[in-house]
Ligand binder design. Structure first.
Ligand code: AKG
Ligand code: FE2
Length: 214
């Protein structure tokens, strides 16, 4: 039945906007190539303070995320890769299209690139390690994912479940900035031909609110 519902821009909650098919196939291929380059530095499953290990594999730009803080260096002391200007431009374009207003002052300085194999998921969580209330931009590539977007008070209902497909943009800011969200599952073999055989990539752009001395 899903295929009968038109995929158009939709405000999922105040401040949270889903823009299906925001990236064209060429832009998706370009981002997949960029992710491949970044992945050469190594993608690792973040280790949680509880002793658990996340099922996604991650590489960061700008600031390295260690649950639950940001650092300029990786666990082994290597400097984090730089956050490229073109990605900030893409973020401004994404925000302007999602909110339908100019976003000239949006200045993301962190990207988390997550790879999901067919068994990976992400539990309900808030993105709250940033010291900024600037919106988070999420771009999806590859296999489809079931995404749950909830509320800022609890990790339970009310929430909305939606499918994020390759090329989709999802923005959460304003009253939705600290809403709980997670990935329930991905569906293998649902990706278009964008240069990845299997799995899903998600890129989030964020504003750390940090200065490099910290
Ligand atoms: O993979 C997604 O769509 C969400 C990723 C996410 O929530 C995160 O990286 O904090
Ligand atoms: Fe998140």
């Amino acid at each position: 039945m899903d295929s009968l519902i038109p995929r158009t821009r939709e405000e999922i909650a105040p401040g949270a906007v889903h823009v299906p098919d925001w990236l064209g196939l060429e832009e998706q291929r370009h981002l997949v190539r960029a992710c491949r380059e970044w992945a050469r530095a190594g993608m690792r499953s973040p280790k949680l303070p509880t002793g658990g290990v996340m099922s996604v594999r991650t590489v960061c730009l700008g600031w390295h995320w260690i649950p639950y803080r940001y650092s300029k260096t990786l666990e082994d002391g290597t400097p984090v890769m730089p956050f490229p200007d073109w990605l900030a431009d893409l973020g401004r374009r994404a925000l302007a299209d999602a909110y339908q207003r100019p976003a000239d002052d949006y200045a993301p300085d962190v990207a988390l690139i997550n790879f999901y194999d067919e068994n990976a998921k992400m539990g309900m969580h808030q993105d709250k390690d940033e010291r900024s209330e600037a919106p988070v931009i999420s771009l999806s590539l590859g296999d489809e994912a079931a995404f749950r977007f909830g509320n800022a008070r609890t990790r339970t209902k009310p929430y909305r479940d939606l499918i994020l497909t390759s090329g989709d943009l999802f923005v959460f800011g304003g009253p939705a900035r600290f809403a709980y969200h997670g990935i329930l599952r991905t569906t293998p073999r649902t990706a278009p031909n964008i240069g990845m055989r299997t799995g899903r990539l998600n890129i989030t752009l964020r504003t750390s609110g940090l200065t490099p001395q910290e």
